[in-house]
Design a protein around this ligand. Structure first.
Ligand code: PEP
Ligand code: MG
Length: 613
């Protein structure tokens, strides 16, 4: 554990300085710095082995009691935080509380005390050992991608609880932000989630730190609090003193130290524009997603993890159009059984209060491969040379039917709580839909025989259209599936033979390519003919420029990240159906994605500046 040392006091340079950090919470602020240094605990003698174990145990237990009481006080503050902040910090406090209980961490610390160690040293060694184990497990490969992010977060949690125990053991006080002047920009070496929870967003204009990253709890919490924030702005503390003037842009990650009067004036314009934009997007929440020509569309949210739920409620989304259930299988050593899955779906369905929840059964394989699932049931991409074309999505589930049966059963058991739809990933042929439906119906019958309360008829079973084959055969598939959800992320990859995750073909990967748009059109037409609802739930649905075009292609329902809903709604409310259709005709005739993009940009410019041309 690294104690926070003060940096040597260099003389700050005069004149405007620009630093780049990680943008973690959008918005622009201008104000004076309030530097929050943290009192540093006294150095710890790590080598001592002559302490009295009983005495150190008592000190440890006192420090644990004080930590529990502090976390309790933080918990009492929860009600003051915005809803998504409550979710984030609430679950984190629960993690800390469990660690301080009869946990592996506690057993490890107490074990070290038996060797005559000082309690502070035992805490530091044990929390660091657990953190290191998280980051580089000795018995398996180092976590990658999402797993690596989760491992870093978990390691941070161990270190944080260790720091809290050491402060309480040594009686080192915590910093408090209550004395900071109104409108101050909080500057710190680092900010921990528990610190962030103490910030009053009505008094602090922005946060900048020297360390930190965009995926940690602190970043999530700052976003939830709506405070513009830039983390990891290296070089910050060498230049900033109390009352140094700063401009912080949480959207771009830029921090301007001692802005010139011109820069400050420009920043004030940005601050006002951002405030107006937020107000306007907030007002949109309650307005319908109606085209200026009167047609009403459906905007729903994609959900990756349940913690995003409050954002869905705030966004004004009319339900969940895609719940990617992969999160259930991540960072776990055991597969979630029927009861555990039901317990996760149920509150999600209840929270949507009558708006539909579309649960996609797990879509593993290709770039989403996880060693968690492979470890547990021995499945993975099977060493395919090209995993995107191998056993993934519904193919994988039909090879491991128990997984599919469990997930179907859990969804059906939760479905009495509200409208649910079930979605199959990566379909490429009608046989897959028939086989999955057989299983679905059988699971439904079994549950009914057991006397479970499940909807009759069963909730709609739909399919992702994300392979060119599925789009080309959409009219046939629509006879087997009750709704179609176009996954433009994969559809683009397969249509253009350009890997969605590979940087060297990124220029070829273009969801606005007319080849992709023609496949969308075919799917929308098939849905219309077969009277099946069609939605788009790939990233393209989050693009306010693209959505009017998709409307013109015949799509009436969109599912996107919750944060995109207000902007997409604004674009829809400004568009008329005739214009959408005209754009669609031109896009289908375009020669490439760039031509489509230019056309969309011109259309949007004309909307904003009528009469310019
Ligand atoms: C898609 O492919 O567009 C999609 C929504 O699925 P995912 O991004 O989860 O593969
Ligand atoms: Mg997909």
């Amino acid at each position: 554990m690294k104690a926070t040392e003060r940096r040597p006091q260099q003389r700050p340079r005069a004149g405007e300085i620009r630093l780049e950090g990680q943008p973690v919470s959008p918005g622009v602020a201008i104000g004076y710095a309030a530097v929050a240094h943290e009192p540093v605990p006294p150095p710890v003698d790590m080598a001592r082995r002559d302490c009295n174990p009983a005495h150190e145990r008592t000190r440890l237990h006192d420090a644990i009691s004080r930590s529990v009481a502090q976390l309790g006080r933080l918990h009492d503050r929860l009600a003051l935080l915005p809803e998504d902040g409550q979710v984030e910090i609430g679950s984190l406090l629960e993690v800390y509380r469990r660690m301080l209980g009869p946990s592996r961490l506690r057993r490890g610390i107490e074990g070290r005390l038996e060797h005559g160690m000082l309690a502070e040293a035992a805490v530091m060694q044990e929390t660091e050992a657990l953190a290191a184990h998280m980051l580089a497990p000795p018995d398996r490969p180092a976590p990658q991608g999402e797993d690596a992010v989760a491992a870093r977060r978990r390691a941070g949690e161990f270190r944080e609880i260790g720091r809290r125990l050491v402060r309480n053991l040594s009686g080192t006080p915590y910093r408090s932000f209550s004395a900071l002047p109104d409108g101050a920009i909080l500057v710190a070496e680092q900010l921990r989630p528990a610190d962030a929870a103490l910030i009053d967003p009505s008094r602090i204009a922005a946060v900048v730190t020297e360390e930190g990253g965009s995926t940690g709890h602190t970043a999530i919490l700052l976003r939830a609090l709506g405070i513009p924030a830039v983390l990891a702005a290296h070089g910050l503390l060498a230049q900033v003193r109390r009352r140094t003037r700063l401009v912080v842009d949480g959207t771009t990650g830029q921090v301007i130290i001692r802005p010139s009067s011109r820069t400050a004036a420009a920043a004030r314009v940005d601050v006002a524009a951002y405030a107006r934009e937020r107000q306007m997007l907030g007002r949109l929440r309650r307005l319908p997603a109606r085209l200026s020509s009167g047609e009403v569309l459906t905007l729903q949210a994609n959900l990756e993890i349940p913690a995003e739920l409050p954002m869905v409620a705030q966004s004004g989304a009319a339900g969940i159009g895609l719940l990617r259930s992969e999160f259930l299988f991540m960072n776990t050593d055991t597969l979630p059984d029927e009861a555990r899955q039901e317990a996760i779906y149920l509150p999600l369905i209840e929270a949507m209060a009558g708006d539909p929840v579309t649960i996609r059964v797990v879509d593993w394989g290709s770039e989403k491969n996880s060693d968690a699932l492979s470890r547990v049931v021995g499945i993975g991409n099977g060493g395919d040379v090209n995993p995107a074309l191998g056993v993934r999505g519904i193919r994988l589930l039909l090879q491991h039917r128990a997984l599919l049966e469990t997930q179907f059963a859990a969804i059906l058991r939760a479905a009495h709580a509200g409208p649910v739809r079930v979605l199959l990933p990566m379909v490429s042929g009608v046989g897959e839909v028939r086989a999955a439906r057989d299983i679905y119906t059988r699971v439904g019958r079994r549950l009914r025989r057991k006397g479970m309360e499940i909807p009759d008829p069963l909730p709609p079973l739909g399919i992702m259209i994300e392979t060119p084959a599925a789009a080309l055969m959409a009219d046939v598939l629509a006879q087997e599936a009750e709704f179609l959800a176009i996954g433009t992320n994969d559809l683009t990859m397969y249509a253009l033979a350009a890997d969605r995750a590979a940087a060297d073909v990124a220029a070829l990967y273009d969801p606005l390519h007319p080849a992709v748009l023609r496949l969308v059109r075919m799917t929308a037409d098939a849905g219309l003919r077969q009277r099946r609802p069609v939605s788009v739930c790939g990233e393209l649905a989050s693009d306010p420029l693209a959505v009017p075009l998709l409307v013109g292609l015949g799509v009436r329902s969109f599912s996107m990240h919750a944060s995109a809903v207000p902007r997409v709604k604004r674009a829809i409310r400004a568009a008329a159906m005739d214009d959408c259709r005209r754009m669609a005709c031109r896009a289908l005739e375009a020669t490439d994605g760039d031509e489509v993009r230019t056309m969309l940009a011109t259309y949007t410019h004309d909307l904003r500046h009528p009469g310019d041309g």
